[in-house]
Design a protein around this ligand. Structure first.
Ligand SMILES: NC(=O)c1ccc[n+]([C@@H]2O[C@H](COP(=O)([O-])OP(=O)(O)OC[C@H]3O[C@@H](n4cnc5c(N)ncnc54)[C@H](O)[C@@H]3O)[C@@H](O)[C@H]2O)c1
Length: 386
């Protein structure tokens, strides 16, 4: 079986998730399209890189991403760094003929996204963005139901992504609150996933109006404890730093197919952990999905007898998209990593079969255009006074 050598750049939260997917993909999909080989892991922090080599099963480690993109033995560059590094690494990887798998959002802003898309287009290699939630079996089942016309033509979409890890002012500053590294806050971090899901399930978005807001303008500088999201011991509350990205964003949109929609994202909604919800209303029925119960898809069919109408709950399993690769029993428990395994499979398959895979850098650019429009609304103003 063919082998593809991976260089992972960035060994944090996503570095771990990607490594798990590379390791387990062939256990789920057999025969695998090719074997992903965890060869080289790079992190700017030497201790993290060395530990990642041991923990995540890589053969080598390094601290300079240029070592990875210029190494002739590497087939795939996997970008799992903060957003400010996506552009430079991707462009150099394309120049060196590497396939590129890149975390979302594609970049900090639309100008960077356009450069990356142009570089990807002329590269002749495969590129994919890690909007993994669209690969949740329940979401794939929703797509199948919509495409078969079972809920008719789509009239409206409501999507949310709510978390609460930054709701406390004591959550320390990190790159996720700094525009020069992240580009935006909840919008690019969480909202971009919902925009991806909306484009995947409904159609392209043509217009937006809405707002974004920073709820907590200053956060303490971390000076102790563990670096776990929202769970860090602050030892000195006098050292504060400015937050210059949004904590929450909310907008309504029009889709090119005539449907309407609303999208909300916040990292400050107490009690919400990974509250990705989708409500999709067609002229023959409706779909409801909540990632916190991701084994379930709720579907309502308007042609059920009037005295039997109601949402039915389908537990995804082997009979559903990608289900036979995962577990033999419905409702056994789809995990976050399952979405990454499916994503990894589809990327490796696209390389081996020389076909396009989605979402790719074109999708990333389209999503960046929507995020850019939402950000500009704050400056250009879309509010009417009462
Ligand atoms: N798909 C998802 O569900 C999801 C979830 C979380 C994060 N993300 C995305 O993944 C990316 C990484 O996020 P994370 O949560 O893993 O961040 P993280 O902070 O946990 O890890 C980032 C790692 O990159 C390293 N790094 C920073 N600059 C580097 C450089 N120049 N060269 C090499 N290594 C460098 C850091 O030392 C750190 O170990 C971001 O783009 C983020 O938006 C996606």
């Amino acid at each position: 079986m063919e082998e593809l050598k991976i260089a992972l750049i960035g060994a944090g939260f996503m570095g771990k998730a990607h490594s798990m997917a590379f390791a387990t993909m062939p256990m789920c999909y057999w025969p695998a399209p090719a074997l992903p080989v965890r060869d080289l892991v790079i992190d700017i922090d030497k201790d993290i890189a060395e530990e990642a080599m041991l923990r995540f099963g890589f053969s080598r480690f390094g601290t300079d991403w240029k070592q990875a993109v210029t190494d002739p033995s590497i087939d795939i560059i996997d970008i799992a760094t903060p957003n400010d590094m996506h552009l430079e690494i991707a462009i150099e990887a394309f120049k060196n003929g590497k396939h590129v798998f890149c975390e979302k959002p594609i970049a900090r802003n639309v100008a960077e996204a356009e450069q990356m898309y142009n570089a990807a287009k002329s590269s002749g290699v495969k590129h994919m963005l890690a909007f993994n939630y669209r690969r949740t079996p329940g979401v794939l089942l929703a797509k199948e139901i919509i495409e078969k016309g079972e809920i008719g033509s789509i009239q409206s979409f409501r999507g949310t992504y709510h978390q609460d890890w930054s709701a406390a002012q004591s959550t320390p500053i990190s790159w996720r609150f700094q525009k020069d590294i992240s580009g935006s806050g909840a919008l690019g971090d969480l909202g971009s996933h919902v925009i991806d899901l909306a484009r995947f399930l409904v159609s392209e978005i043509s217009h937006v109006t809405g707002y974004s807001n920073t709820l907590i303008g200053e956060r303490p500088i971390r000076c102790g404890g563990v670096d776990t999201i929202g769970n860090v011991q602050i030892q000195d509350r006098t050292r504060m730093a400015t937050v210059d990205v949004d904590d929450e964003v909310s907008f309504i949109c029009k889709f090119k197919n005539g449907a309407s929609g609303s999208i909300e994202a916040t990292r400050n909604a107490w009690g919400r952990n990974n509250f990705i919800t989708l409500e999709i209303y067609g002229d023959k029925g409706s779909i409801y999905f909540n990632y916190e119960n991701r084994d379930e898809l709720q579907v309502f069919y308007a042609d059920d007898p009037v005295n039997r109408r109601g949402f039915r709950t389908i537990y995804t399993g082997p009979a559903h998209p990608e289900g036979s690769a995962l577990w033999p029993i419905p409702a056994l428990g789809i995990g976050y990593i399952d979405t990454k395994i499916i994503e990894c499979h589809d990327f490796i398959q696209a390389i081996i079969e020389n076909k396009e895979v989605s979402p790719n850098f074109k999708d990333g650019f389209e999503i960046a255009k929507i995020c850019d429009a939402v950000q500009r609304l704050e400056d250009e103003g879309s509010w009417l006074s009462i």
